[in-house]
Ligand binder design. Sequence first.
Ligand SMILES: Cc1cc2nc3c(=O)[nH]c(=O)nc-3n(C[C@H](O)[C@H](O)[C@H](O)COP(=O)(O)OP(=O)(O)OC[C@H]3O[C@@H](n4cnc5c(N)ncnc54)[C@H](O)[C@@H]3O)c2cc1C
Length: 486
Amino acid sequence: MSKQYDAVVVGGGVGGIVSAIRLAVAGRSVALYERNEHLGGKLAVRERDGFTFDIGPSLLTLPSVFDEVFRLAGTSLEAEVELVRLDPSFRYFWPDASTVTFRDEPVATAEALDAFSPGSGAEYLAYLRRARSIWQTSERTFFAGAMGSPVSLLRRMRSPRDFTRIDARRRLASRAASAFGDERMRQWLGRYATYSGSDPSLAPATLGCIAAVEADFGAWYVRGGLGALRDALVRVAERCGVVMHTGREVTEVTATRRRVTGVSVGDEHVDASMVFVNADAEHLYRDLLKHDRRLRDVQKTERSTSGIAVLVAAEGRTPMIAHHNVWFSRNYAREFDDIRNGKIPRDPTIYGCVSSVTDSTQAPDGCENWFLLINVPADDREVGSQVGEWLLDKLASVGPDLRGRTRWMEVIGPRDIAQRYRSPGGAIYGTSSNGRNAAFRRPSTRGPRRGLYLVGGSTHPGGGLPLVTMSARIATQLALRDNPQR
Ligand SMILES: Cc1cc2nc3c(=O)[nH]c(=O)nc-3n(C[C@H](O)[C@H](O)[C@H](O)COP(=O)(O)OP(=O)(O)OC[C@H]3O[C@@H](n4cnc5c(N)ncnc54)[C@H](O)[C@@H]3O)c2cc1C
């Protein structure tokens, strides 16, 4: 006899778990199937010899987006995890040995910027005003609902001025060049394109709103590591009655010509009138519900970048580092040219998260947990341990030398990311924001059969923890409207 639920969720990434919570809170019976043995998808952790690494997201922004989900379920983010608002939020380093520390307060950051590059403080505060306006407008338009076409966005706009406010016609690199006189500040602003795996010279200037999101709402850490957020989401989903299965791969989304009827999990059929697919859209339309036209459309969208992550279990303490650190490359344009041309950048910008700076539980006494990440093309490339050595050499040439202090090191590349999370090419964020129409080209939230919905990084509004959480809100609101409870 087949099992029966109101809704089935395919994939236990953050978008999938949050969708399941929202549906359960709305009174629907929900089952979630995850092919891996662990839930959380890319929100994953590696523990070894007393070291803990967040091997996916390491920075939490917009905690209110998560709080909204926990509150719907009768609790709160603060009740479920211990949040730490980081101050400093970031420390940036350049190859000329200059450095600047961003504080958790815009005026304090502006003062630091003036000491670093006279005049940059005022430019920063002026840019933040613009970035806030982008954010406020995007929040009530771009992020407020599904995105079938430009018309859906225009309908949510109050006036044509809203379109100007979101700064979508400029490229981020071009906006950075007009907002800042100092090349280093241009690089700093351009980096926000990488928060969605995009290229600053191709992504819309809209992405600059993340600068205001970080400055106003904070850069956050979850004590115990971001895995604690995943554990809290799983706990709350269980409390709400979601039935969660791990190690179970969905092999087909079943449907009539008009609507979904459920999913197949190996030999078992699970009946459901709503199916939420948190797996990548390419997998959905190629393998689960074959649909040539949708598959072609997905394949036309550009993938986000992938990454090479190097986990370094380091002995000793490093002076001058913060929890989040960035060592910029000499030439950002050349770095992204390399990525566009399918190469690992010769001179990459290196992001380094050392959460043991904030949380001593993350590394043994007197040690540090270094998570290094660089942007690379999403090309399914396999990388070996020599890439780890190469990256430590690069870091030593512009920053700390970890080479003599490394207890062990592990390298995670595009092929690993692709295989672990079934993410085509190892794309970190699903689809990129490159190009004028990227926002409208993402696979749409509503699938081609009634009752089928997409959630997660490959659909609207894109990747990153807050965005996939928003995608779950957008998809479940649509679904609950389409399928009122009888
Ligand atoms: C190295 C790295 C660094 C990152 N840094 C940050 C950061 O600092 N801040 C931030 O906000 N974001 C960051 N991100 C991005 C963020 O992790 C993702 O955007 C987000 O976690 C993706 O969630 P998702 O809902 O799209 O699901 P995913 O995490 O993609 O999970 C999808 C799940 O579906 C499962 N699945 C696939 N097919 C099937 C099937 N047929 N049956 C059952 N299950 C299936 C997969 O196994 C997977 O578990 C980072 C990601 C990576 C990899």
